[in-house]
Write a protein that binds this ligand. Structure first.
Ligand code: CA
Length: 235
C-alpha cells in the first residue's frame, strides 16, 4: 500500500522539491500552501505522515500541529528555520514527532520520513496482534473502560480517539495500577530501548491521555503525578 504524505509548506520552490523527491520515493503526495487549508486537507485526506512548515501565512505551523494533534494519529515532521523553537515543537506545547531545521539535506529528510512511517506501521502491527489474543478482556475504572478485545477505550460509554502510543501507555499504566512507575521504565516498556526522544515524550503523552480520560485534566485523579519519580494509575 502506498503511504500518503501531506506537505504544508508555503515556499513554492521547497514545496515542489519536496513533492518531487517524495513522489520519486513512491509516496502519494499532496501539497498545500497555508495553515488553514493544511488543517482542512489533513482532515479530508487522512495522510499517513505530515510534513509541516513552522512559518506559514495565516495559521502558523505550531497552531496547525496543536489542532491536529488533538484529533489525529499520524506522525508529524516539522520544518523550521528557527533553532530556538525546537524545544517547544517537540515538547509539551506542540508535540511534533520530529523536526528538521532549514536548510536540510533532502536525503536526510527522506530517511526520516521512511523511519517515521516504519515506526508507525510497527506500532499498528503490534496493536493488531494484541487483538487476536484470547486472554484479552475489558476492565472498568469508574466511567472509564479499557476494552482490550476491541482495542478501544470508552469514557461514559463513548469511544475515545487515541493514538496507538496513548493506548499502549494507558494499558501499561493500568496494568501497574497503584504502583508508581518512573518515566524511564515507561519509556523502556512503551517506546523501547532504542527510542531516543527523551522522557519528555512521556509527559506529553500523559498530558494528552489526561485530556481524554480525566474529568478535570488540570486535577487528575486517574493518572497521578508522583513528584520526582513518575506516574501512578489509580484504579
Ligand atoms: Ca514558510
Amino acid at each position: 500500500m502506498t503511504d500518503k504524505v501531506l506537505v504544508i509548506e508555503d515556499e513554492p520552490a521547497l514545496q515542489e522539491t519536496l513533492a518531487y523527491n517524495l513522489t520519486r520515493q513512491g509516496y502519494e503526495v499532496i501539497t498545500v500552501g497555508d495553515g488553514k487549508e493544511g488543517i482542512a486537507a489533513t482532515r479530508r485526506e487522512q495522510p499517513d505522515l505530515l510534513i509541516l512548515d513552522l512559518m506559514l501565512p495565516g495559521v502558523d505551523g505550531i497552531e496547525v500541529c496543536r489542532v491536529l494533534r488533538q484529533e489525529m494519529n499520524m506522525p508529524i515532521l516539522m520544518l523550521t528555520a528557527k533553532a530556538d523553537e525546537i524545544d517547544k515543537i517537540v515538547g509539551l506545547e506542540v508535540g511534533a514527532d520530529d523536526y528538521m531545521t532549514k536548510p536540510f539535506s533532502m536525503r536526510e529528510l527522506m530517511a526520516r520520513v521512511k523511519a517515521m512511517l516504519r515506526r508507525e506501521r510497527l506500532i499498528r502491527e503490534e496493536l493488531a496482534a494484541l487483538d487476536v489474543s484470547p486472554s484479552r478482556q475489558q476492565v472498568a475504572f469508574g466511567n472509564l473502560v479499557i476494552d482490550e478485545a476491541r482495542h478501544e477505550v470508552r469514557r461514559d460509554n463513548a469511544p475515545l480517539a487515541m493514538k496507538p502510543k496513548e493506548y499502549e501507555l494507558l494499558l501499561f499504566l493500568a496494568r501497574q495500577r497503584g504502583i508508581v512507575v518512573s518515566r524511564d521504565l515507561i519509556l523502556e516498556r512503551v517506546w523501547g530501548w532504542d527510542f531516543d526522544g527523551g522522557s519528555r515524550t512521556v509527559d506529553v503523552h500523559i498530558r494528552w491521555l489526561r485530556e481524554k480520560i480525566e474529568d478535570d485534566p488540570g486535577n487528575p485523579v486517574r493518572i497521578v503525578t508522583v513528584r520526582g519519580i513518575g506516574y501512578r494509575f489509580e484504579g
